[in-house]
Every structure is written in structure tokens, then in C-alpha cells.
Design a protein around this ligand. Structure first.
Ligand SMILES: *Cc1c(COP(=O)(O)O)cnc(C)c1O
Length: 366
């Protein structure tokens, strides 16, 4: 019998052999001693392989029953994925509310021959039309950052399949503990491990997972030749965080759900975006164990009021990024290039007691 993915991830990379270390080591070597033909060796040069990356990739692979490649950042993982696929599929059909950093990256790739189409992935006919125009990559994100839009991953995967388009899902907000897009038909999953997957706001890292050996090799070739490799220490930190991901995400999701309900009842809040409130049936059909740590809401009074609310928190930390054990929030549109409404606050629920979080949100809004 195969253990649950969470169980396997907790044990990944450790041996039961007597005398073996209880924790993965941090291998810092830039090269491994060799003479003659190096191709028979597991390790020769440090850009090609590292046992600490492999421990992390083993755990990521267990969570998704897939092969994983770790990268220096989430955006480095996106970059390698687009470049690997664009060789054969030069059109990128991207969801309109995908992470704005990825939209910026894609715009830079237009000058390098990538044809960029940004459209609404809830409009299946429009997606279908674009994929029919030529060999394309379909790229979704669900739930999206920062508006928490839930896309129908099964349906989009089926459309992509009909057109021979590799389907990539950015799984950063949900993480592999709550959603496994490869089970729903995705060809590749990219994740910014910087967020909830590592969970302690102390590392920038990314990954690509797939069950297609050929795609796995192509993505690896881009990591090796373009060089966006993770540092061994960062990989170790992320592995340590990943072991508690299922535990953390459960608490963070239940905190986020409770805060979303509290905000939805609040007279100063104009709108709340959280999958459990806005797209429950669809979210439940493709996620399990919770709806994630991230929510967003719009306050009456626009940008100015939102800034005041963020500044008034006693516990919730001001700042970007999300997914950490400490709750944090920010007014999203303060970032140049972000298309979120001016008064939208993105809130990342941590693992604190819900009573303290609710009290902090209420006092900040008052
Ligand atoms: C943060 C983020 C990224 C980029 O990850 P980095 O680790 O910051 O490079 C990509 N996608 C989503 C959805 C993100 O939130």
C-alpha cells in the first residue's frame, strides 16, 4: 500500500538504514571530483546536480506523484518552462488575472519571438479559438493572485488536449497539499516555493513538476544551460518547510475562511474574494483539504482607506508576499503594473489563533 502524499513528503529524502543521518545534509560543493569521462557520474559540476536539491525535489515529487525540478525562484521556474515549451509552441495563451510578475516576464519574451495572448480563462470559447490559431501553450493560475479567481482546470486541460497544447498551471496559492493539477490533466505545474510551500518567509525558490519524462528533461536542460539553479542552503530551508506544509496549510486555510466570513459581514467591506465564498462548488471539485491561506477584500473608501486599515494592524504584518506562518497584508495596487482595484487588500492568513486575528482585523477596520 502506498502512503498518503503528505506522509511521503514528510519522510522524503531520509533513509531507514542504521547510521544514516536523521536530516538531509547541505551539500555546498561547486564540483565533484572526477577524471576521464564524467558522463557516467551522478555529479560532476555543481550546476548540473546537487544532493540537497534532490532531497527537496524528492519531497516535491512525492506530493504530486511527479518529477520535480527546483529553481532559483518561482519566476525562474516560469521562464525555463516557457522557453522549453516555446521551441515547439511559440504562442503563450495566458489567463488575464495571472500573477502580474509573470505577465511582465511574458511581455519581455515577446521581443524574443514569443507571441503573447492574454485572455479570460472563464471564457472557454475564447480559449478554444486562441488555441486553434497555432501551436500554443495554455497557462492558467488557480486560485489567482490577488483576486482568487478559480479556473476550471479539468475543463481547460481538456480543451488544451484537443489542440495539442501543453497545459501549465501555476499552483502557488493552493500548493500541492490542496490541489494537484497534474491529476486534473495539466502537463506541468509551476510553483513559487517562496510562498506557502516553504512557509516561513525566509527563502526565494521555485519548482516545476511534471509526469512527462520528455518535458522534465527539457525543463532540466534549461536550468542547466541558463543557470537559474537554487542555492543548496535555500533548497534545504525549503525542504524543511515542506515537511510541515500539509499541517500549516490546514490551519492557514481555516483561518483564511473564518476571516473571509468575518469580512463579508462587515459594513465597511465592499467585496470579499475567497474561493469558499465566490466559487465554492468549482473549488471543491478540484481542491481538497481547504481553500488556501490567501484572500482579498475591498474596503469602502478606496486606496486611502485601505492604506489606513493596513497601517492600523497590531498583529498582521504589512508587506508583500504571502503564505508564511505569520499573517500579512498589503494594498495590492501600490505596486506599479498591478491591475488590482485601488482599494483591494490582499490578506495572507498565518497559523496564529483565529481569535487574535479576528480581533486585529476588527480593530484595524474600526
Ligand atoms: C510569487 C509568485 C510567483 C513568482 O515567484 P518568485 O518566487 O517570487 O519568483 C509566481 N506565481 C505566483 C502566483 C506568485 O504568487
Amino acid at each position: 500500500m502506498k502512503d498518503d502524499p503528505a506522509t511521503r513528503a514528510a519522510h522524503a529524502g531520509s533513509s531507514r538504514e542504521g547510521g544514516s543521518p536523521s536530516a538531509a545534509g547541505i551539500q555546498l560543493a561547486s564540483f565533484y571530483l572526477s577524471e576521464g569521462d564524467p558522463s557516467s557520474l551522478a555529479y560532476a559540476y555543481g550546476r548540473g546536480g546537487n544532493p540537497t536539491w534532490e532531497a527537496l525535489e524528492g519531497a516535491l515529487g512525492e506530493l504530486e506523484d511527479a518529477r520535480a525540478t527546483s529553481f532559483a525562484s518561482g519566476l525562474a521556474a516560469c521562464f525555463a518552462t516557457i522557453l522549453a515549451l516555446a521551441e515547439t509552441h511559440p504562442r503563450l495563451v495566458l489567463a488575464r488575472d495571472a500573477y502580474y510578475g509573470l505577465r511582465k516576464q511574458a511581455e519581455m519574451l515577446v521581443a524574443r519571438g514569443v507571441e503573447l495572448v492574454i485572455n479570460d480563462h472563464a471564457d472557454f470559447a475564447a480559449v478554444e479559438r486562441e488555441l486553434a490559431r497555432g501551436p500554443s501553450i495554455l497557462w492558467s493560475e488557480s486560485p489567482t493572485n490577488p483576486r482568487l479567481v478559480v479556473h476550471d482546470l479539468r475543463r481547460l486541460a481538456a480543451i488544451a488536449k484537443r489542440h495539442g497544447a501543453p497545459y501549465v498551471v501555476d499552483n502557488t496559492t493552493a500548493t500541492a497539499a490542496l490541489q494537484r493539477p497534474l491529476d486534473l490533466g495539466a502537463s506541468l505545474v509551476v510553483t513559487s516555493l517562496t510562498k506557502a510551500s516553504s512557509g516561513h518567509s525566509d527563502v526565494i525558490l521555485g519548482s516545476v513538476t511534471t509526469r512527462d519524462e520528455r518535458l522534465h528533461e527539457r525543463v532540466r536542460a534549461w536550468r542547466y544551460n541558463a543557470g537559474a539553479i537554487p542555492g543548496p542552503f535555500e533548497a534545504w530551508i525549503a525542504l524543511r518547510g515542506l515537511k510541515t506544509l500539509p499541517l500549516r496549510i490546514e490551519r492557514q486555510s481555516s483561518n483564511a475562511f473564518a476571516l473571509a466570513e468575518l469580512l463579508a459581514r462587515h459594513p465597511k467591506v465592499a467585496a470579499v474574494h475567497y474561493p469558499a465564498l465566490t466559487a465554492r462548488a468549482l473549488a471543491e471539485s478540484q481542491m481538497s483539504g481547504g481553500f488556501g491561506p490567501l484572500l482579498s477584500f475591498e474596503v469602502e473608501g478606496g486606496a486611502q482607506m485601505a492604506d489606513r486599515v493596513v497601517a492600523a494592524a497590531r498583529l498582521i504584518r504589512p508587506g508583500t508576499s504571502f503564505g508564511g506562518v505569520e499573517s500579512s497584508w498589503e494594498r495590492r495596487a501600490r505596486w506599479n503594473g498591478e491591475t488590482a482595484p485601488p482599494g483591494l487588500i490582499r490578506l495572507s492568513a498565518g497559523i496564529e489563533s483565529i481569535r487574535d486575528l479576528e480581533a486585529d482585523v476588527l480593530q484595524a477596520l474600526s
